[in-house]
Design a protein around this ligand. Structure first.
Ligand code: AMP
Length: 140
């Protein structure tokens, strides 16, 4: 399997070299909104530790990221009135992964609304900023 590449876009976001709509941060995890959400409020949760995907992440970091994903799922239900939440996590190109720093997708769902295709429509920055503000407040 390929090794971790620290020039990936999420590593740059973690280092503060690229902007994001942050919703949560602690010493081990970081979360922000997906700029091309598959549904409104789509968030991504990452370990701060360098890990390409489920094949090289430490079990503790993986477990911690899922713990944070759960918090964000609950906050999404509260903030967006979601009827459900879809959790996705892709590994290597053959597994659907595009960005090679491990991340868990937390996607709030409304009954009867289908997911958009991956990376299909860019959300307006002001919409993302408003959603990030609401989610961050609920996560405090
Ligand atoms: P995947 O690697 O297939 O799990 O998906 C990568 C996800 O990252 C996609 O849902 C993209 O919309 C999202 N994405 C790509 N670039 C950015 C970015 N700069 N900020 C936030 N999300 C991004």
């Amino acid at each position: 399997m390929p090794v971790y590449d620290p020039t990936n876009i999420f590593a740059k976001i973690l280092r503060g070299e690229l902007p994001c709509h942050k919703i949560y941060e602690d010493d081990k995890a970081f979360a922000f909104l997906d700029i091309m959400p598959r549904a409104s409020g789509h968030a991504l949760v990452l370990p701060k530790a360098a890990a390409r995907n489920i094949l090289d992440v430490s079990p503790d970091d993986l477990a911690y990221v899922m713990k944070v994903a759960q918090k964000i799922a609950k906050a999404s239900v509260e903030v967006f009135g979601a009827d459900g939440v879809t959790i996705q996590q892709f590994n290597e190109s053959a597994g659907g992964q595009v960005v090679f720093h491990l991340h868990v997708h937390v996607i709030p769902r409304k009954a009867g609304v289908a997911l958009k295709p991956p990376a299909s429509v860019k959300e307006a920055p002001d919409v993302l900023a408003d959603q990030a503000k609401q989610l961050s407040a609920a996560l405090k």
